[in-house]
Design a protein. Structure first.
Length: 485
């Protein structure tokens, strides 16, 4: 993510020491010596010029910036920088107020402003990186107490504190919902826990990296394996896509459901043998396990999910056509009973990109799955937000709320080094999302909360029926306690 810091003085240097590695920083200042000194603290692009000039800010890359910090010692300059940043549509803007009496002017621009001390750098950092909750120095600055929130993709989630032991810091308290927990070595961290870490100030950057970085683990929240039913030559492409999904995720194995010998469908079994032979040539390191059943393989999937640790089910996408939405609604209703992500496959064996529809608010299970899969496949992630027409949506207020939500999502994705391109559209959601997803290879959508029907497939059903790529439908995560390992 890209950040512009206007002013290369002491506050900027303190902030540079603390910012996470995900930030690519551009420094703007009129003083060449200050720029050189700040760039020694941390590698950064430098732009010499007046940051209160829009021309200079554009040279610094404000069009592609994710955040801006106005940190000069002059409130007139800082206020103009903030005004220009807001004018250019930047959502994440933070400032230093040289004179506390002028904080009201920053408030009028909806810009948080802090006093120019080390505390300012702390507060600026918290606004830039939402996984950090608060920070306090004590013991004459040699120690620090830091609050961080355990995210759904945090590598510490599901681990006992004794596994994270360190001689220079400790977890002093833990807030789980409304309940304060005094932790011990066997305390297991869960998603949403607000953890208070106390230790030497110099070691806190390492602690922050441990607690706030992201770790891809889809589909382990649901189960450890990918399951696919194969019942003939027509399922060959679906089988290959299931193998690709197993390879490009944290799944431990691919479960292939096929017919038992002597089940009366010998032709289909021979075709399945050929499909499996083709699979062996291209699966690489995928662990393939065959499960044989007497019934039609697709009908055995619910029982398989009940008996084994299945994280994703892969099924052929419904055929397009006049009845496509009816077929998709019925297929989604069957998928709803599985309570797991279901990939409706169109035979995409190579992903060029991942697309996920989003609204305002924090990341949900579908977005987290999309981030994980983009991380594994090393492909771009595109977040699509579809707005209603202005006369229905409420106009600018709705757009501002959406922009804030999208910034939160981009910060969540950056924790896994996944870059998110944002597309904001107006119109029919199915048409707009389908158009963006056309060349991607994978569309990830949230499962409807209520069971759909053939006559009412909902947006997800229409996308399954009409979208060109394969569609992964993701229900809410089953448990906040941690992934199945």
């Amino acid at each position: 993510m890209n950040a512009i810091i206007v002013g290369a003085g002491g506050v900027a240097r303190a902030l540079l020491r603390r910012m996470a590695p995900m930030w690519q920083v551009t420094l703007v200042d009129l003083d060449e010596a200050r720029l050189a000194a700040a760039a020694q603290v941390r590698p950064a692009e430098v732009v010499m010029g007046d940051g209160s000039s829009l021309v200079v800010l554009r040279r610094a890359g404000i069009a592609a910036a994710d955040a801006l910090v106005a940190a000069t010692g002059d409130d007139d300059v800082n206020l103009e920088v903030c005004r220009l940043a807001r004018q250019e549509g930047l959502v994440r803007v933070v400032a230093v107020a040289a004179d506390s009496r002028r904080r009201g002017e920053y408030e009028s621009l909806d810009v948080p402003a802090f006093q120019p001390h080390t505390l300012a750098a702390r507060q600026l950092e918290l606004h830039l990186e939402p996984r950090r909750v608060s920070s306090t120095a004590f013991a004459h600055g040699r120690a620090e107490a830091l609050e961080v929130q355990v995210a759904a993709d945090s590598p510490v989630r599901g681990r006992a504190l004794r596994e994270l032991a360190s001689g220079t810091w400790l977890v002093a308290a833990l807030l789980r919902g409304d309940r304060l927990v005094v932790p011990h070595g066997d305390t297991v961290l869960e998603t949403g826990d607000v953890v208070t870490v106390v230790g030497e100030a110099g070691d806190l950057p390492t602690v922050l990296q441990l607690f706030t970085q992201g770790e891809a683990h889809f589909p382990l929240d649901y189960g450890q394996c990918v399951a696919v039913a194969v019942d003939g030559a027509s399922d060959g492409e679906t089988l290959l896509e299931a193998a690709r999904l197993t390879h490009d995720s944290s799944a431990s194995a691919l479960l292939v459901v096929r017919r038992l010998p002597g089940s009366g469908e010998e032709q289909r079994r021979r075709e399945t043998d050929e499909a499996l032979a083709g699979l062996e040539a291209c699966t690489g390191e995928v662990d393939v396990r065959v499960v044989e059943v007497a019934s039609p393989p697709a009908a055995a999937l619910p029982q398989l999910c009940a008996e084994q640790s299945v994280g994703v089910v892969v099924v052929p996408a419904p055929r397009r056509g006049r009845l496509g939405s009816l077929r998709a609604g019925a297929a989604l209703r069957r998928a709803h009973r599985l309570r797991r992500p279901v990939l409706f496959s169109r035979g995409s064996t190579a992903i060029r990109g991942v697309v996920v529809p989003v609204g305002s608010g924090a990341a949900d299970a579908a977005f987290r799955a999309a981030v994980d899969l983009a991380h594994y496949a090393r492909v771009p992630l595109t977040a699509v937000a579809v707005l209603a027409p202005p006369f229905l949506s409420g106009g600018e207020a709705t757009e501002h709320g959406l922009a804030q939500g999208l910034e939160e999502l981009r910060a969540e994705a950056a924790a896994q080094a996944v870059t998110v391109e944002v597309r904001v559209c107006r119109g029919n959601p199915v048409r707009e999302i389908g158009a963006v997803a056309a060349g991607a290879g994978l569309l990830v959508v949230a499962a409807p909360s209520a069971a759909p029907s053939a006559l009412r497939p909902g947006v997800a059903g229409h996308l399954v029926a009409r979208a060109a790529p394969s569609v992964l439908v993701v229900p809410g995560a089953p448990s906040p306690a941690g992934p199945a390992r």
